[in-house]
Design a protein around this ligand. Structure first.
Ligand code: CA
Length: 726
């Protein structure tokens, strides 16, 4: 306890000398589920022990309530580096984003107080590392076999061997020979494993060979009792494994119940000797399996069970190598006398489905992928065997490392310094009672965007594109098999959780209208986006681009005739997507190729779905419109914008959504700048004198008839001509 108090005083005075500042060894892996660490206890703990990880949990603390902000690789890493949620650090998804390395990160903060910093292994943030004195990283996802490493001079070097071992070799080499011994240090040792495609080290090919590993209780989940979106994913053990890439079989599938598209690229990277070793281990089992398949011996259930066994064994074999290599680092710290003054943390960028809900992969806010392992050893500060109950999140790591080093914690960091929890083990009175989560969607695996809040007992999720809520009572339904959002018995809980959701979003400044968001999980939207990308790429000249939602898309439908008659001469491009809100148009512009065609004029109409879908305040929608224009001008700085008033909707002037649109228009008019942005209001074209909408112009009181498009086209043409002439 004395040491403890002394430590606190020293930290608070900011007087840590180099010798007293703790070193930080941050051991990190990719997609490591809690269920695959024996210290956490699970149906797999006896079959697949992890003694070295368990050693950290024994000599330090294990957090069970540890969560990510956004359950995929890059976004989790960006949250860790910055201490901020994805919408603040800008790294929303793996597919499109590139980390902005100019922002404040904790390694930079540590450097500022005299730390030497290094990262080896998986980085996965597209841009080059900043804030590190030394780095050597895997390109993108990296490879399990004979991996390439990007060097600090930008060249790439190949190293023969198994990635998990090589990453550790490099980490130890830095500790032993490359760092300055008179400085405190941060070492981030980041493994690729156990990420897909789960290629084990040769020494582990035989592990679990004759065992039948236990299945999770929900392997055959039928997805009843929850939104249809849950069934719509493409990450199921039964249906979404590739014959080669995931199940490590050679050649083409001999049965239609496999995806055949991607071969096992890791096998192709192997040396002849490595291939021979792999084939000797897997060959006989594969031959028997293929013979059984051909003989029709495996019904759907038996095949799913086989796929699960193949998957889980390879996954746990990869984990075994991670565990052994964690052991190597711990042994070196002991040997070098560094253990006493070094914080050792083990975590992984998010959890993973090991067959739960019939899945592999992550992304969902369900427990298995929301959770992150978090083990921490810090002699003299963290009680050995500690099991703190506090809810922590990956945005907490940055402020914790900074505070531990006696470095200032920037004001805008969204995470909380864990030192009070680490020191007392008890949850402080003012600690958070809930966490906020947001997944922004990707093309891969078709998991739609959702966000939500988790308290100790309940979890509320929201799917904005289909406007669905899901509520789970984690005490009564820990496996999250039935949403109780519309159960009258939960109406009070539902309102409390919705209040908490609104509060957390306010606290973290989540304004969706300005967060570029895609809808790739929706087939038609993805296809239209791809088709429009191609059209933009192929077009020789485009003088006018139309940007918007269904009303703009409608120029291809009820407005087709008016479009042809009035606009054909402009070589126009219609980038209207039904149902889009400002955030979706912003995303499309961000990844569009409009910089190639640089249209003279953009006709913009967006915002009515921010009103209609989510009833967000007018200020937020206008901020979204502003962000759309900024994104357009980032691509094509000279384009003149005809910003149209959001069209009237609803039966009359008293309609609440009409009023909301009216207030958007009052604010949006102020965006006109007398140069590039002109605001025009065509509302009058569609309204009766008493404020009602005539059915012959707007049959559903939102969308336009051919006659309405005709009126609109004529008015618009005049303004387009004006803008073109300017
Ligand atoms: Ca990951």
């Amino acid at each position: 306890m004395c040491r403890f108090v002394l430590f606190l005083i020293v930290v608070s005075c900011g007087l840590l000398s180099a010798a007293e500042k703790p070193n930080i060894v941050f051991l990190f892996s990719d997609d490591h589920a809690l269920a695959a660490i024996s210290a956490y206890g699970s149906h797999l703990k006896d079959a697949a022990p992890t003694p070295n990880l368990d050693r950290i949990a024994k000599e330090g603390a294990l957090f069970r309530r540890s969560y990510c902000t956004n359950s995929i690789c890059g976004p989790s890493r960006a949250s860790i580096l910055t201490g901020k949620h994805s919408h603040k650090n800008g790294f929303l998804d793996n597919e499109m984003c590139e980390f902005d390395g100019s922002q404040a990160t904790f390694p930079k903060g540590l450097q500022a107080v005299g730390y030497e910093t290094a990262i080896v292994g998986k980085w996965h943030l597209a841009s080059k590392p900043t804030g590190f004195d030394y780095w050597e990283i895997l390109p993108g996802q990296g490879s399990y076999y004979n991996p390439d490493f990007v060097q600090m001079d930008g060249t790439s070097k190949r190293f023969e061997g198994y990635c998990t071992d090589i990453v550790t070799d490099k980490a130890l080499e830095w500790l032993k020979t490359k760092r300055s011994k008179d400085k405190p240090f941060l070492l981030m040792c980041q493994h690729k494993a156990p990420h897909r495609n789960w290629m084990p080290a040769a020494r582990h090919y035989g592990l679990f060979k004759d065992a039948d590993l236990p299945e999770p209780a929900t392997l055959f989940d039928n997805y009843e009792g929850r939104s249809k979106l849950v069934a719509g994913q493409q990450m199921s053990v039964a249906e979404d494994f590739h014959w080669g890439h995931d199940l490590l079989l050679h050649g083409k599938p001999v049965d239609p119940r496999f995806l055949g598209g991607i071969p096992n690229g890791e096998y192709q990277r192997m040396t002849e000797a490595q291939k021979a070793e792999f084939d000797a281990a897997y060959g006989p089992e594969n031959e028997k399996f293929i013979a059984d398949l051909k003989a029709g011996k495996l019904d759907d259930v038996a095949l799913t069970k086989w796929k699960y066994q193949r998957y889980i064994k390879n996954y746990l074999r990869c984990v075994r190598a991670v565990d052994e290599n964690v052991g190597r680092v711990l042994a070196y710290l002991d040997e070098a006398g560094l253990s006493e003054n070094t914080i050792v943390i083990y975590s992984s960028d998010q959890g993973f489905y090991l067959g739960e809900h019939g899945w592999y992969d992550k992304r969902w806010m369900f427990e298995e992928s929301l959770s992150m392992p978090f083990l921490i050893r810090w002699p003299g500060v963290v009680r050995p065997g500690g099991r703190p109950e506090a809810m922590i999140q990956n945005i907490d790591y940055a402020p914790t490392f900074l505070a531990a080093a006696g470095a200032p914690v920037p004001e805008d960091i969204q995470g909380r310094n864990l030192l009070p929890v680490l020191q007392s083990e008890a949850t402080p009175e003012d600690w958070r009672k809930s966490i906020y989560y947001a997944y922004y969607g990707e093309n891969t695996h078709r998991v739609p965007m959702h966000d939500g809040v988790r308290t100790e007992r309940h979890k509320l999720m929201f799917f904005p594109n289909s406007r669905e809520w899901q509520l789970f009572d984690l005490d009564k339904d820990p496996q999250e098999m039935k949403s109780v959002h519309d159960d009258p018995a939960y109406s009070t809980v539902m309102s409390e959780m919705m209040r908490e959701y609104v509060k957390l979003r306010d606290d973290y400044d989540v304004v969706n209208s300005v967060i570029p968001t895609q809808r790739m999980a929706e087939d038609w939207w993805r296809e239209r986006f791809q088709q429009k990308q191609k059209q933009t790429r192929d077009v020789k000249e485009c003088r006018v681009v139309f940007l918007g939602d269904s009303i703009t898309q409608g120029w291809e439908g009820p407005g087709k005739e008016a479009w042809e008659a009035n606009f054909a001469g402009y070589h126009p491009l219609n980038l209207g997507f039904s149902g889009d809100r400002t955030e979706h148009l912003q995303w499309r512009l961000k990844y569009s190729e409009l910089d190639r065609v640089k249209p003279k004029v953009a006709v913009l109409l967006i915002g009515t779905n921010n009103t209609g879908h989510l009833q967000r305040p007018a200020e937020e929608t206008v901020a979204g419109i502003q962000a759309v224009i900024a994104e357009l001008h980032a691509k094509s700085p000279e384009t003149k914008v005809i910003l149209q008033s959001v069209l009237p909707r609803g039966p009359n002037a008293e309609d609440p959504l009409r009023k909301l649109n009216d207030s958007i228009n009052v604010l949006a008019a102020k965006l006109a700048d007398g140069k590039l942005i002109r605001h025009v209001d065509y509302s009058g074209l569609f309204l009766n004198a008493d404020g009602t909408l005539p059915k012959e112009l707007m049959p559903d009181l939102l969308h336009l008839s051919p006659a309405a498009y005709q009126k609109w086209a004529e008015a618009l043409k005049g303004d387009i001509e004006k803008s073109l002439a300017e």
